[in-house]
Structure formats: C-alpha cells, structure tokens
Design a protein around this ligand. Structure first.
Ligand code: SAM
Ligand code: CA
Length: 220
C-alpha cells in the first residue's frame, strides 16, 4: 500500500498494460509504425489514450478538437469515443504526418467523424471562434507547440461548453518543469501555464501523472 502514486518499473508497467489496455489493431499499428519515425516520442502513451477515451465517454462527448495530431494516435482514441455523427476537428501544420494519420483513421473506421485543418492551430481556433455557426465543443486536447499553450488554452476555454473538458498534454515535460535550472522557452511556457491553471477559478482541474502528465480542466 502507498499514500502516494507508485512509480512504475518495467515489470509493473507491463502488468498494468496487461490487465488494462484494450488497444484495437489499427491503433496498435499506428503506434508501432510511428515508433520507427525519428520524432516518435511525440505520441501519447497507450494507457493515456485509453484514459482520454474514457473521459470522453463519461462526458458523452459529441464534439472534440485536437491541437497537434501528428500521425493520428491520440486522434484515434478521441474520435473513436464519439458517437456516429460526432465530430473531431484535427489541427496540425504538417501535411505529411496528417496524411499518415488519415490512413490509420480510415483503417479504424473513424474518418467519417474527423475534419482535418492544416495550418497554425491558433489561426484555426480564431476562424472557428469567428464563425457564427460554431457549436460548443465538449472536449479539447492541447498537444501542439508548447510555447503557444496559453493561447490555445484561452481559445479552447471560449470554445468548450460549461462542463466540457480541456486536456493539456505534457505538463510534466519529462520532469523539467520541477527543475529550476531548466528555463528554455518550452519548459517556461508549460511551467507558467501549470501555475495559471492551478489558480484559475474559471475551471475545476486536476493534474494526472499519466504519460508525460496531462491536466484535465473542466470549465465551470
Ligand atoms: N497528439 C499527437 C499524438 O499523441 O500522436 C502528438 C502531437 S505532436 C506532440 C505535436 C504536433 O503539433 C506535431 O504533429 C506538429 O506538426 C504539430 N504542430 C506544431 N506546431 C503547430 C502549430 N503551430 N499549429 C498546429 N500544429 C502544430
Ligand atoms: Ca504530447
């Protein structure tokens, strides 16, 4: 027994996956094939994907937005939690990675509920905010460039309905946020946002130490 979160050594991590992870074949293929790419460490951990999927199911989410899709792994978990007729807007600046993502989304049978928007995510968010026909979102996943996180958060907070959730990824940044000697722009941006979220009375929040850390913010 323990009064703090257990560290997971390889044996325990593998046990947790063995008794918890339900990863469909197309998802696994996306994860394994992406692991061959030089930037593979950008994708979320499988247990985190399943955790986000579960959150969307609890929310009864129909509309989601993802900032930073890469090769599609997190998008698979998000879009597959939406009902038929649901919609996930997938934002990324990289056409090559999103074309790989489309391949897995098609294989998993979720492409019918995904709308890809190529371009800087902040511009896409501003376009959506300006559009009069925009309906509120139930869920937002922030996982694009870290220096823009605060801009993404403020826009997502406008777009998400009260009771909706914004999930902010990589809030532990491989532990660098807790090391005062680390002050590069990405670490500083994440650290500042972590402090802001903790004190933000527009939301209920909790930082979950899963994957590289994800903060769930529920709009009040
Ligand atoms: N969520 C993905 C997953 O778990 O598989 C990983 C996303 S990866 C950490 C970050 C992504 O953000 C990259 O695909 C990158 O092309 C994209 N990106 C970087 N800067 C961006 C920007 N300004 N606007 C939109 N996307 C951006
Ligand atoms: Ca991430």
């Amino acid at each position: 027994m323990s009064t703090r979160t257990l560290p997971l050594d390889d044996k325990l991590y593998s046990y947790v996956q063995g008794v918890s992870l339900r990863e469909p074949p197309a998802f696994r293929r996306c994860r394994i094939e992406t692991a061959e790419l030089p930037m593979s460490n950008m994708q979320i951990a499988p247990e985190q994907g399943q955790f986000l999927h579960f959150q969307l199911q609890l929310l009864g989410a129909k509309r989601a937005i993802e900032l930073g899709s890469f090769t599609g792994y997190s998008g698979l978990w998000i879009a597959s939690a939406l009902p038929p007729g649901g919609c996930m807007i997938a934002c990324d600046i990289n056409k090559e990675w999103t074309s790989r993502a489309r391949h897995y989304w098609e294989e998993a049978g979720v492409m019918d509920r995904i709308e890809v928007r190529i371009g800087p995510a902040v511009d896409t968010l501003d376009e959506i905010l300006r559009s009069e026909s925009t309906k509120p979102f139930d869920f937002a996943f922030i996982d694009a460039d870290k220096s823009m996180y605060d801009d993404y958060y403020e826009r997502c907070l406008e777009l998400v309905r009260p009771g909706g959730v914004i999930a902010v990824d990589n809030v532990l940044w491989n532990g660098k946020v807790a090391n005062g000697a680390e002050n590069d722009p990405d670490t500083s941006a994440i650290r500042a946002l972590n402090e802001k979220l903790h004190n933000d009375d527009r939301i209920d929040m909790t930082l979950v130490p899963i994957g590289d850390g994800v903060t769930l913010c529920r709009k009040r």
